[in-house]
Design a protein around this ligand. Structure first.
Ligand code: UTP
Length: 678
């Protein structure tokens, strides 16, 4: 076992927090989880070699790049009083089930006994040791990943169990902490695993991992373009235990020429290869990636093969890598994991070439192949908040103050501008950068609020809490960009102004004159972002249920439910501020209370495609009620890419009309107070 460092120890990630789990447990919820396998793209063996820095500081830190596979483990999880239940369906269709009391002794002895359930029991034991949790039921109903093929299926299962507890009991573990719990659980079993294996917790992204003695550091890598890799099962001989036993003879101190060569390869040569691989992945250069894999294999053969020739000569692996047909269809490749004739990884020249390569390897060598796609991230990192309207309905107040800067009162008695609450909503949903669309010439007005501290005289008069707020605000300001809208042509036009800033990423869009309060522990914006991912990265509109007499004020839509809970629907029709009669005839969504409709909530997650439709609208000067509306472009987007409606579990408050503003800020404050009491 490799002990963990102080920085990484599980106790450092939340143990000791007073958890009232009964209050926050999602007892009634079933949660769907997917954990992929992982393949080591570069740097295998340098993980354990780097751990030897504890004994020999002359060793270079280990560096690896792993990637989550397309295949993995799919499970439904839920709370289960007093019991730990695991059901699994193996790739060959066999069903297995184990029920254990949620007690440490029982879990530990199952972990120690080995076998399939030992992994799950080990992780459950670890979690129960550090956290106040009850049982969970895990139904692993689908496994698409091959087991015992170097894709770390056991580590993926351990991560699944750690994540199941994390989600069901809302432990707020980070991904790193899930990895750590999975690792601690797996090493309780007779199986040995490295600390690289749990990297599958990061999902289907490449992750750079550095091993320096006990310290493990991880960072996700953003891939520059879609690359098509293929993993092939060589169906040959591989004895990992023998490979490791022979290689570890060379550590911690090299004793002969062969062990010095091993240190050279797993140290400086590997560090250089991984550093170049990082750059290549970020550039998205598939050709260079394939060439670098070929180079890494040559270096591996030259430096490590002599240490364990019986295993590392790997005749099948080398026959495949040198096959002219394989070379024609791929840019290069190398062995997987500890190497030997286990699996090969190849960078195909494209998608079609990968299909041909898989067929060729199957026909010629009888190999089973698995696609590995590395795609640029589509995380929702950016938010756009239009705040450039005239606010005519709030006149004459808007002659003095922008309507987005009117005050609200939070439950802790703070008075803050509406726009600040909206920016906070975005950031607490994981947004990294915010663009606020402002009237041209108003940039300095907003910058002065968000980006600078008050004058020294003003600052010195503030109480301590307010001074802290000043610094938090200035910190928030570093994430904000102000984009001018030169003409007030409408909401849709304001969104279009963010086109260049957004680029090709999906983005969160929030109305600048609404405030939001969630009913759950996920903010409203987070619910939409989650729906965007759950729905396969299709654009999502936040909605709420409104009575027929209200629809004339709001965008209204009809949808077909996608889930039995009726929270996510596919949008089938759309209208901007329809009459009640129009809605009754055209916008009925089955299953809603009589005379109720889905109305727009004020939050959206949209793909960058929306800008193409807004551009067409602007070029054709296509207006509704004199303005370039978003609704028209949304309807085009719906027909093109599809559009989802998420019923947000929360409240939104309109602050753009006088009486609505009054009611909204009172309700928002009172609701916040109730939340604090409850
Ligand atoms: P509204 O539809 O409420 O328009 O805008 P408005 O102009 O602000 O207010 P009224 O109708 O004159 O009273 C919804 C959001 O879009 C922004 C607004 O600032 C608000 O946050 N918006 C609207 C723009 O940024 N630019 C525009 O041209 C119009």
């Amino acid at each position: 076992m490799v002990p963990v460092s102080g920085a990484d120890r599980l106790v450092g990630v939340g143990v000791g927090r007073a958890l009232n789990w009964r209050r926050i447990t999602r007892m009634d919820r079933t949660i769907d989880l997917f954990v992929p396998g992982r393949v080591c793209l570069f740097g295998e063996h340098s993980d354990w070699a780097g751990a030897y820095r504890r004994f020999n500081s002359a060793i270079t830190p280990g560096k690896v790049i792993i990637a989550g596979t397309n295949q993995g483990i799919q499970a439904r999880v839920q709370a289960c009083p007093n019991q730990f239940v695991v059901r699994t369906t193996l790739p060959d269709g066999t069903h297995l089930e184990e029920r254990l009391p949620m007690e440490r002794e029982a879990l530990l002895s199952t972990a120690r006994a080995g076998g399939f359930f030992s992994y799950a029991a080990g992780v459950a034991y670890t979690i129960l040791t550090y956290y106040k949790v009850d049982g969970v039921e895990i139904d692993n109903y689908l496994t698409t990943m091959p087991v015992k093929k170097g894709l770390s299926s056991s580590a993926a299962f351990c991560v699944l169990v750690a994540r199941a507890f994390n989600c069901v009991y809302d432990l707020k573990l980070t991904t790193r902490a899930e990895m750590e719990a999975a690792y601690q659980g797996e090493i309780l079993t007779p199986s040995r695993c490295g600390r690289m294996d749990q990297g599958c917790a990061f999902g289907q992204v490449p992750v750079l991992m550095a091993f320096d003695g006990d310290l493990l550091q991880t960072s996700r890598l953003a891939v520059g373009s879609h690359m098509h890799l293929l993993i092939g099962d060589l169906k040959g001989h591989k004895d990992t235990i023998r490979i490791l036993a022979d290689l570890t003879h060379a550590y911690p101190f090299p004793v002969d020429a062969a062990s010095r060569a091993a240190h050279e390869y797993l140290g400086p040569i590997n560090a250089d290869i991984v550093s170049r691989a990082t750059d290549i992945l970020q550039r998205g250069d598939a050709q260079a990636l394939g060439a670098l894999m070929t180079e890494a294999q040559q270096q591996f053969d030259q430096h490590l093969m002599p240490v364990c020739p019986t295993e590392l000569t790997a005749p099948r692996l080398h026959a495949v890598l040198q096959d002219p047909q394989v070379r024609e269809l791929s840019y290069g490749g190398k062995g997987v994991g500890s190497q030997g004739d286990g699996c090969v990884q190849l960078v195909a020249r494209g998608e079609a070439e990968r299909t041909r390569l898989a067929a060729y390897l199957q026909a010629t060598y009888g190999m089973d192949c698995y696609d590995l796609d590395m795609k640029p991230p589509k995380l929702v990192r950016k938010a756009v908040i239009p705040a450039a309207g005239f606010g005519t309905r709030m006149f004459p107040a808007t002659k003095a103050v922008k309507k987005e800067m009117l005050p609200l009162i939070t439950a802790d008695g703070q008075c803050k501008p509406i726009l600040l609450a909206i920016v906070e909503e975005a950031c607490s949903a994981g947004i990294e950068e915010v663009a606020i669309i402002v009237r041209a010439g108003d940039e300095a007005y907003y910058e002065q609020f968000f980006c600078s501290l008050p004058s020294p005289e003003h600052y010195n008069k503030l109480p301590e809490k307010a001074r802290r707020a000043c610094h938090e605000l200035a910190e928030l300001g570093t994430r904000i960009t102000f984009i001018p809208q030169t003409e007030q042509l409408g909401f849709g036009h304001a969104v279009y102004c963010a086109r260049d800033w957004v680029g090709q990423e999906p983005f969160l869009l929030l109305l600048g004159d609404h405030i939001y309060a969630s009913n759950s522990d996920r903010t409203c914006a987070r619910q939409l972002i989650d729906a965007f991912h759950a729905g396969g990265q299709v654009s999502v509109i936040g909605t709420y249920l409104a009575a027929a007499e209200e629809v004339c004020h709001y965008g209204t839509l009809a949808g077909a439910w996608l889930n039995p809970e009726q929270t996510l629907a596919s949008v089938t029709d759309f209208a901007e501020k329809p009459s009640a009669d129009y809605a009754r005839h055209n916008l009925v969504t089955a299953g809603l209370p009589t005379d109720h409709f889905l109305c727009v909530y004020g939050q959206y997650v949209l793909t960058a495609r929306i800008f193409d439709y807004l551009q067409r609208q602007i070029e054709a000067d296509q207006r509704q009620a004199g303005e370039i509306q978003l609704t028209t472009a949304l309807d085009a987007l719906r027909q093109d890419q599809g559009l989802l409606a998420q019923v947000v579990d929360g409240e939104h408050y309109d602050t753009g009309m006088p009486i609505a503003y009054l009611r909204s800020i009172v309700s928002f404050y009172e609701r916040g107070l109730q939340g604090r009491r409850g």
